[in-house]
Design a protein. Structure first.
Lengths: 344, 327
């Protein structure tokens, strides 16, 4: 069964009767606001050189993380790329552990060993954080292989950007996942640019979802600026996968407000284009809907804002006050074997 | 009771025993199932274990190596067979950037108990792309362990240890010697990773080698014995971690060292052994260490090139005489 939805630019939707519960709207709002504020502070801290290395923020793409929170189960696995802070936060990894990791502190989610690109949490079923463009695509496929092997009904959400969609690893993975009907939900977060190269400059076929059609994989394009649309697409795909039908591919069209990384001013795109997307800002859209449709009160929105502000302030304080790892930790976690004889 | 079996049968016995022992072990690769293995290493395994656990893949080395990495991170113990390590080059991203680094990146939260295996080294007139030796490539990478052996007893004992190991492992076999027979006990045993074996006792010179170059080293030692030169021959069996102590102990006795290494010379296994031995046994050496490697070239097709390229007993004998200052 193959389903095609015409690719289109996302448009702000007119307010209509809420399709989701109050709890869901507030959950989305909280998840998105946490990511936005976390990333804004991340950029500030980078400016102060508290955070070093490569650093890619998720600002603009939050609706995808929100949709994942409501549509995917905690037992499901997630593997993603290096623009991962938002997804990690949405999985329930704490702001403190994430910020401390960015600071390179031993209290970080991976003890200061991963930095911005490599968060992992077995408890939260978060399989990284991969710094090699597209490398997580076969890995996520393998995580799904293991779920099928063990006979669970869990799936693996395997996320990648539009740049990674051009890697050979994707084609190999799609082919095997469809051949073996693996429970994997592939998500291309198409934010329009592979670093500085626009999607239309990377292929003769700019509609990325069409790649799945070559494998008879159900494939759709989704408005990624609205958690309602993201949730609906994810839930439908997840149901299809859990029923044993094999993989599903969603090209979720989104936008990053900032450059590729902190060192990129993003001069390859126009102010008008940026404004067009900022007008669709998922946090504003959800906040407006909550208030306009009287889903929750202004006081409830303010309470979430206050909660997040306090949380991020505390995360910064926690990161600041934490210790750096001892240099001897360089030699831990290279091998499970405890007495591995390193050369000196 | 020991019986003689071939290298391919020893490898298959090791894999099959571990698959019977642990439901989470599976074999994946090109032609491993229905075809019974490109070199018949997995012959009969599909019949015993079924297609859930013996999995034929399309020709997608990067893809199925990565599927192995993901499966290993998620609780399984994959054996990923490459038809040759030359093809594994396509999968180096998954071996080097992912399998080797998962434990470090996740600060120990996820390990990657995966075995990548297949033949390494030249195997006749196969030309430039099918004749490479990968031990030193993989052994350069922290996070990986590298096994390279040819003796059927070692192969079975080491592949079983490798499958049970919690770290990612690269195992190098030999296309030309899957038929090589050796004594292998009926009863179960393991060979520990990281230990070399002294194959021949000697007093005048130490010859260190591994994999099929062991046959060259042993042949040279036999010839040298006829000339009254007593060579001690060490089989490394594991390249990373490398058992330098066994070499140091031998060199303290013989005071001379020759390394026979199918890797190219530059930054190869022989270079590392040479460094460590000069560091730990400098005062015991009576001559500079000499190595016999494959030529520092790509290997062309013609038979004359193969002969010129590879170490052979005559080259090893010449090297031994060089370190012994005899003509």
């Amino acid at each position: 069964m193959t389903q095609v939805v015409k690719s289109k630019k996302p448009r702000a939707k007119k307010a209509k009767a809420p399709a989701f519960s109050k709890e869901t709207y507030l959950q989305w709002y909280e998840v998105m606001l946490r990511i936005r504020r976390f990333e804004e502070r991340t950029l500030m801290m980078y400016g102060q050189q508290k955070i070093r290395g490569f650093c890619h923020v998720y600002i603009g793409q939050e609706a995808i993380a929100a949709g994942l929170v409501s549509a995917i189960r905690p037992e499901d696995a997630i593997a993603t790329a290096y623009r991962q802070h938002g997804i990690a936060l949405s999985r329930g990894i704490s702001s403190k552990a994430c910020m401390a990791e960015l600071f390179g502190k031993k209290t970080g989610v991976v003890n200061g060993k991963g930095g911005s690109m490599h968060f992992f949490s077995k408890e939260k079923r978060f399989f990284g954080g991969n710094g090699i463009v597209g490398a997580q695509i076969p890995i996520g496929t393998g995580i799904a292989f293991a779920e099928k092997y063990k006979g669970t009904d869990n799936l693996c959400v395997t996320m990648f950007g539009d740049g990674a969609a051009r890697q050979g690893a994707l084609f190999e993975s799609f082919n095997m996942a469809m051949t073996w009907k693996l429970p994997v939900l592939y998500i291309c977060e198409n934010n329009g640019y592979a670093m500085g190269t626009s999607v239309s400059r990377t292929s003769n076929v700019p509609d990325i979802y069409k790649i799945g059609l070559a494998f008879d994989m159900p494939s759709e394009a989704v408005d990624g600026m609205n958690p309602e649309a993201v949730h609906e697409a994810l839930a439908k795909a997840a149901k299809h996968i859990r029923e044993g039908n094999g993989p599903y591919f969603l090209e979720i069209k989104t936008y990053r407000y900032k450059g590729h990384s902190v060192s990129d001013p993003g001069k390859y795109r126009s102010k008008e284009e940026l404004k067009e997307y900022k007008d669709l800002d998922p946090i504003k859209v959800v906040e407006n809907k909550i208030l306009k449709d009287k889903i929750a009160s202004e006081a409830e929105i303010k309470a979430i804002k206050d909660l997040i502000k306090t949380e991020i302030d505390e995360a910064i304080e926690f990161a600041e006050n934490s210790d750096y790892p001892d240099p001897s930790e360089l030699y831990t976690d290279n091998y499970v074997q405890k007495d591995y004889p390193f050369l000196t | 009771m020991a019986r003689k079996i071939a290298l391919r049968d020893a490898l298959r016995e090791g894999m099959s025993e571990e698959m019977r022992r642990d439901e989470n072990v599976f074999l994946m690769g090109e032609e491993v199932a229905l075809y019974n293995g490109a070199y018949k290493v997995s012959k009969g395994m599909l019949d015993e274990f079924g297609e859930r656990r013996v999995v034929d893949t399309p020709i997608s080395e990067l893809g199925f190596a990565g599927i192995g990495v993901g499966a290993a991170m998620n609780g399984l113990r994959p054996i990923i067979e490459f038809m040759t390590w030359n093809f594994a080059v396509l999968a180096f991203d998954q071996i080097v950037n992912n399998a080797a680094k998962t434990l470090s990146q996740s600060a120990g939260d996820f390990n990657c108990p995966i075995l990548f295996r297949g033949p390494s080294g030249a195997a006749g007139q196969l030309g430039q792309q099918h004749s490479q030796t990968f031990e030193s490539w993989m052994a350069n990478v922290p996070g990986l362990k590298v096994i390279s052996c040819i003796d059927p007893y070692d192969a079975k004992g080491l592949i079983k240890s490798a499958i049970r190991d919690e770290d990612p492992i690269c195992m190098m076999e030999s296309e030309l010697y899957y038929n090589l027979e050796g004594e292998v006990p009926e009863e179960e045993y393991l060979v520990p990773i990281g230990l070399a074996a002294v194959r021949r006792q000697g007093t005048d010179v130490t010859i260190v080698s591994y994999n099929k170059m062991m046959l060259v080293a042993k042949a040279a030692a036999e010839e040298l014995a006829k000339e009254g030169i007593s060579a001690e021959v060490i089989d490394l069996r594991t390249i990373r971690p490398l058992d330098f102590q066994t070499i140091v102990d031998s060199v303290k006795k013989t005071n001379r060292l020759v390394i026979v290494d199918e890797c190219w010379p530059f930054a190869g296994v022989s270079a590392e052994v040479t460094y460590e031995i000069q560091k730990f046994a400098f005062d015991y050496l009576d001559a500079p260490i000499v190595r016999v490697n494959s030529a520092d070239t790509s290997l062309g097709y013609a038979a004359a090139f193969v002969e010129e390229f590879l170490p052979n007993p005559a080259k090893v004998i010449e090297a031994v005489k060089q370190v012994m200052y005899v003509k």
